[in-house]
Ligand binder design. Structure first.
Ligand code: SF4
Length: 382
């Protein structure tokens, strides 16, 4: 009898690369923490978008909504319904795709090995390009807005916030100079002239405290916005990697070794009010820095997969597997703590996370031997 293959999905690789312990928890089916509203909305929308029957959709929504505390359920339901409207609209305007399958689970056993790659694409089928050639098209749907669009918007906000910071720093330095000059002047004075300078100095010192505080606050604003840009870019890269992985496997399962079209569709809705705020932001940016970069589509991006890049990537994925296998066999994995922990499904029960939260002492590597799961914990079958 042939050995059961070692199955790995793109999400397994993503977890492994961020934190080996996260992958281990995932692979042995460790109980997850309470999911966030965003996660439940994303999962529910994904599953419901794959079916057309209204009753089935309603049941799917209800099933996901029940994963949340009572007070979040109405909001989650409303968000799912609104995102499904966007998903349906995409379906109506899409170019015809031949033999399109939704939520398609595919497995590909790497020849000559006991490794198996698993994918589940939202939509996969054959589309015609402008020259009439047929290409494999893979579509991945996501909640929210295109992270490339969000990064574009946040970059403008960072530029404006930095400009304000520079102004505030100039003001602060000018006041600091005044204080220094007054201090120097005071050292040379006596009597009533000294009292007048002392009064001015007291006032300027108070102004300096205020200017310093304003600058510090603005520095925090800049840092937060810069962090936002980084997070959006990471999310964008993650979606690209997922789609690329899907194409890498679909190329093999279909024995189709041509370029494939990869599409990310985002189901968030931009309200009139938000649209107006973006236009104001663009106008403000233009006033100081000239025209902003071209605005990306807030609901979509696409790119092409090339098989030669897929072959290279496949090697890199395969190289990770022995260590993943060992972690799973020994139930031992190294934890890497960091801000990514806040998005981790296992943070509530992860001892490394608790320790990191408790200490926050600089080192971000916490070696940890994982306690073997209790009997009844199920191995994950991807
Ligand atoms: S909470 Fe952090 S350290 Fe713990 S498993 Fe998740 S990512 Fe790893």
């Amino acid at each position: 009898m042939s050995k059961k293959p070692f199955s790995v999905s793109e999400s397994d690789f993503a977890a492994w690369l961020v934190c080996h312990l996260r992958y281990l928890y995932r692979s042995i089916g460790t109980k997850k923490s309470q999911p966030s509203l965003g996660k439940v909305v994303g999962d529910g929308t994904h599953e419901a978008a794959a079916v057309e029957d209204a009753t089935v959709r309603e049941a799917i929504i209800e099933k996901h909504v029940e994963r949340l505390p009572e007070e979040q359920r109405a909001e989650a339901k409303q968000l799912m319904v609104s995102q499904l409207e966007v998903a349906d609209k995409h379906d109506e305007v899409e170019e015809p795709v031949v033999n399109q399958e939704k939520e398609k689970l595919e497995r590909w056993r790497v020849p000559g090995t006991d490794r198996e790659f698993v994918i589940k694409s939202d939509k996969i089928g054959w589309a015609k390009d402008d020259l009439g050639r047929q290409n494999l098209q893979i579509v991945d749907m996501k909640s929210g807005l295109n992270p490339a669009w969000l990064a574009w918007k946040s970059k403008m906000e960072v530029s404006i916030a930095r400009m304000i910071l520079v102004r505030l720093e100039k003001n602060r330095d000018a006041v600091a100079d005044r204080v220094s000059n007054l201090e120097a002047e005071l050292a040379k004075l006596e009597g009533s002239a000294r009292a007048a300078v002392e009064k001015k100095l007291t006032y300027q010192r108070e102004v300096l405290v205020k200017e310093k505080a304003k600058t510090e606050e603005q520095l925090i604003v800049v840092k937060k916005l810069a962090g936002k840009v980084k997070r959006h870019i990471r999310k964008f890269e993650r979606v690209r990697t997922q789609l690329f992985f899907f194409a890498m496997v679909a190329e093999q399962t279909r024995d189709y070794h041509e370029a494939s079209q990869l599409v990310a569709q985002f189901l968030g809705k931009l309200s009139q009010e938000e649209r107006g705020a973006v236009e104001t932001l663009k106008a403000e940016y233009r006033k100081h820095f000239g025209n902003p970069d071209r605005e990306p589509d807030s609901n979509r991006f696409e790119f092409w997969y090339k098989p030669e890049f897929g072959a290279e990537a496949l090697q890199r994925y395969l190289e990770q597997i022995p260590a993943m296998e060992e972690a799973r066999t020994t139930r031992d994995a190294e934890a890497t703590t960091g801000y990514h922990c806040f998005d981790c499904d296992y943070r509530d029960t992860c001892p490394a996370f608790q320790a990191w939260q408790g200490s926050r002492n600089g080192s971000n590597i916490v070696p940890l031997t994982v306690i073997k799961p209790v009997a009844g914990d199920k191995e994950k079958t991807a």
